[in-house]
Design a protein around this ligand. Sequence first.
Ligand SMILES: Nc1ncnc2c1ncn2[C@@H]1O[C@H](COP(=O)(O)OP(=O)(O)OP(=O)(O)O)[C@@H](O)[C@H]1O
Length: 276
Amino acid sequence: MDHQALDTAYLSTPTIRRTDGSKPLVCIRHVSKQFANGTLAVRDVNLDLGTGEFISLLGPSGCGKSTLLRMVAGLGTPSTGTIDWPTTNHDASGKPQRDLGFVFQDPTLMPWASALANVMMPLVLKHVPRREAEARAVEMLALVGLKGFETSYPRELSGGMKMRVSIARALVMKPKILLMDEPFAALDEITRHRLNDDLLELWWREKFTAVFVTHSVFESVYLSKRIVVMAARPGRVMADLDVDAPYPRDDLFRTSSDYAHLCRVVSTKLKEAIGS
Ligand SMILES: Nc1ncnc2c1ncn2[C@@H]1O[C@H](COP(=O)(O)OP(=O)(O)OP(=O)(O)O)[C@@H](O)[C@H]1O
């Protein structure tokens, strides 16, 4: 593996763009967010989210990762700057028709509904015929490893299984982009590793763009093609690093000296970011 890609990754420029010629899926330009109480959560962020990438937003608590992710999802608006979807249709008022799934840290399932009903919910809301919705939800549950648990209720599922349902629900509409806000933070390490593996397999197979918020250097290196390192007070982008390791990645990669090296480099960048 070429360690140079990470070692020489470009750092801390006011505008950070990917210039491989193709149009990005999401184009973030000079985005800042100041909340009503005066907190400057995000300052002057410039990023392109490229189609098919697996990007982690890595940084300490309070650096604005969630705020940025929520603005990409349209769950909050920037105070200044723009977030464009250059390849997406826009409605009459000029709003992009964001084609996305969102996974929160908490699985946020409906407790009174079965796993199947939870996954069917976005399809039902879009008036997909019931039989088709059910077939698609059954297929999605199988893809996340929950074949046989269709009729189980959330209270009957482990934390990892609930998160799998949440991912299935986010992917059942086949979104172009999956936004994940620390989805595995509350899980034990073994479950987390397994979900990391399964998420990578899903991403590889379904070919969506993935944006993954995490505090964990190890998780970001294992999953990502690209790591955006952020710092706090105010929240800003400090580095944009390519992880030059091939997919598929598995336990061999997780225990390799290449992985250890990459984690060391990213950890150093994160420390620099936090110290700056
Ligand atoms: N609705 C809000 N009103 C006021 N301040 C907020 C609001 N939401 C977030 N903040 C502040 O904005 C800053 C960034 O918060 P954010 O949750 O985006 O960070 P984060 O990097 O995702 O943190 P964590 O990793 O702990 O979830 C923090 O200082 C936080 O207190």
